[in-house]
Ligand binder design. Structure first.
Ligand code: MN
Length: 204
């Protein structure tokens, strides 16, 4: 059975950028609900639990049609949120001379240019979804996905994720998704991002 991972920091650790109430509801209720629905499918199809959720998401087209959308939506929800919590930290520091700092400079020109393109993708995403920095063919790319679709399912390795579902920001930011995105950079865990980038084997 799949289980809810603990947050890697306190619920109020990301104040004043992400409020504690949002973190509680988002982690304890929304993320838990994806896991509960995924586990309900596992009860009927025990072989699903033989793989990690990421392994299930690599080739969702190979799954039985009875469980495919459950895995994409709820397995994706579980995987995406587990990744997202790790993308944030109360100790956010961007080092331009780090491996990921240099890679961003090479690919986007500057961290500000990355932020601008990332925010544009987040604002253009109609309805619910995610914005990602991914490694695709050894190159950093910004993509967005709908609902709980995972970049893993389209062969891309996630490096950084931002949840732009309204449940991620509506209590504090209301309808102002742009303000949420702008604030969120203050809590990005660049050490985690760099580790994902290096883990993807993309650095030259
Ligand atoms: Mn969410």
């Amino acid at each position: 059975m799949f289980t809810l991972p603990k947050l890697p920091y306190a619920y109020d650790a990301l104040e004043s950028y992400i409020d504690a109430e949002t973190m509680h509801i988002h982690h304890d209720k929304h993320h838990q609900a994806y896991i509960d629905k995924l586990n309900a499918a596992v009860e009927k199809n025990p072989t699903l639990a033989e793989k990690t959720v990421e392994q299930l998401l690599v080739h969702p087209q190979n799954l039985d049609t009875a469980v495919r959308s459950i895995v994409i939506n709820n397995g994706g929800g579980h995987s995406n949120h587990s990744f997202f919590w790790n993308c944030m930290s109360p100790n956010s520091f961007f080092d331009q001379s780090s491996v990921i700092g240099q890679a961003i400079k090479t690919r986007f020109g500057s961290i500000d240019a990355l932020k601008e393109q990332f925010a544009a993708a987040g604002l253009a995403r109609f309805g619910s979804g995610w914005v990602w920095l991914v490694v695709d063919h050894n190159t950093l790319e910004i993509i967005d996905t709908q609902n709980q679709d995972s970049p893993i399912s389209i062969g891309k390795k996630p490096v950084l994720a931002l949840d732009v579902w309204e449940h991620a920001y509506y209590l504090k930011y209301r309808n102002k998704r742009a303000e949420y995105i702008a604030s969120w950079w203050n809590v990005v865990n660049w050490e985690w991002v760099e580790a994902q980038y290096i883990g993807a084997g993309a650095q030259k």
